[in-house]
Design a binder for this molecule. Structure first.
Ligand code: DGL
Length: 270
C-alpha cells in the first residue's frame, strides 16, 4: 500500500489515522498547511465507534494500525482521533522514538483563553472524557473558566453515515444541549474529530455568539514543526498525493472521505 514511497523517506507519506471518517477534519488542515506532502488516510470504520469501547481494546487496535503504517514506510503518524490518542499515543511514542507521532486532544486552551471566565462545554466521546488525560487537561484550566464535559455517545455515527445535516441530527443535538442555558454559553470545544463536520448544525442550535473550537489546525502546525525538526519536511512544491484506505471492505467510507475532504456541501461550515 505504502510500498511505492519506501525508497525515499522525505517523500514517504504521513499516515493519518482515525476510528473512521472524522480524521478528515484534521487531514484538511494538514493538506491546507502542507499541500506538497503525501498522505495515507486510514479509517477503522469496521471497528468504530472507539469512544464507547474499553481503553485496552482501543489501545490494541490503534497500536496494531500504527505498527503497520510504520512498517510500510510512513515517515510520520498523525493520530487524528482524540479517543485513540488518549488510549495509545504515549505508548506509541515510547515504542517509536524516531518517528514523529502527533496526537490530538480537545482544544480547551484556546476556548478558555477566548474570554474572561467563559462558560465552556467540551463535547467528546465517553472514553475521552472518562480518562485521566482529559482530567489533567481540565485541571490546568479549571481556575480560569467554568468547564462542563459533555460525553456525546451516538453522535459520531451520524457523520460516519454521511449525515451532516437534517432533522434527525438537529433533534439529536437539540436534546444534547437541552440541559444548558445557551444564552450563557461562550464556547464549545469539538473534542472528537468527527464533530467539526456538524459545525453548521451546531451553530444553528447554539447561535452565532457561541464560538466553536477544534484542534485540527493546531495538529497540522505541530506536525509541520516536528517534520522540520527531524529534517523530514518534503522539499517538493508540487501537489502531493492522498491515498484513502478503510478497514471496511466496501468503498462506501472511502467515497465519503473524499466527499468530506473535497465537496463544498460537506465542508462549508456556514
Ligand atoms: N473521531 C474520534 C475522536 O476524535 C472518535 C469517534 C469514535 O468514537 O470512534 O475521538
Amino acid at each position: 500500500m505504502l510500498g511505492n514511497f519506501k525508497d525515499s523517506t522525505i517523500k514517504a507519506p504521513i499516515a493519518v489515522f482515525d476510528s473512521g471518517v472524522g480524521g478528515i477534519s484534521v487531514l484538511r488542515e494538514l493538506k491546507a498547511l502542507m499541500p506538497w506532502e503525501n498522505y495515507y488516510y486510514y479509517g477503522d470504520s469496521a471497528n468504530a465507534p472507539y469512544g464507547t469501547k474499553a481503553l485496552e481494546e482501543v489501545r490494541e487496535l490503534t497500536i496494531g494500525h500504527v505498527d503497520r503504517f510504520i512498517a510500510q514506510g510512513a515517515k510520520a503518524v498523525v493520530v487524528a482521533c482524540n479517543t485513540a490518542t488518549t488510549a495509545a499515543v504515549r505508548l506509541l511514542r515510547q515504542k517509536y522514538e524516531d518517528v514523529p507521532i502527533i496526537g490530538i486532544e480537545p482544544a480547551l486552551k484556546p476556548a478558555v483563553l477566548s474570554k474572561k471566565n467563559p462558560n465552556v462545554i467540551v463535547m467528546a466521546t465517553p472514553m475521552t472524557i472518562r480518562e485521566e488525560k482529559f482530567h489533567n487537561l481540565m485541571d490546568r484550566y479549571i481556575h480560569m473558566a467554568h468547564i462542563i464535559p459533555l460525553p456525546c455517545p451516538g453522535l459520531m455515527e451520524y457523520i460516519e453515515h454521511g449525515d451532516v445535516q437534517g432533522e434527525e441530527l438537529e433533534n439529536f443535538l437539540e436534546k444534547l444541549f437541552e440541559p444548558f442555558d445557551k444564552q450563557k454559553l461562550d464556547a464549545v470545544v469539538l473534542g472528537c474529530t468527527h464533530y467539526p463536520f456538524v459545525s453548521r448544525e451546531l451553530k444553528n442550535i447554539l447561535g452565532e455568539n457561541v464560538a466553536l473550537f477544534d484542534g485540527g489546525a493546531g495538529v497540522a502546525r505541530e506536525t509541520k514543526r516536528q517534520l522540520i525538526q527531524k529534517g523530514l519536511l518534503s522539499e517538493s512544491r508540487e501537489q502531493g498525493e492522498i491515498i484513502f484506505a478503510n478497514s471496511e471492505e466496501s468503498t462506501e467510507k472511502i467515497d465519503l472521505c473524499r466527499k468530506l475532504l473535497y465537496s463544498r456541501a460537506y465542508t462549508e461550515e456556514g
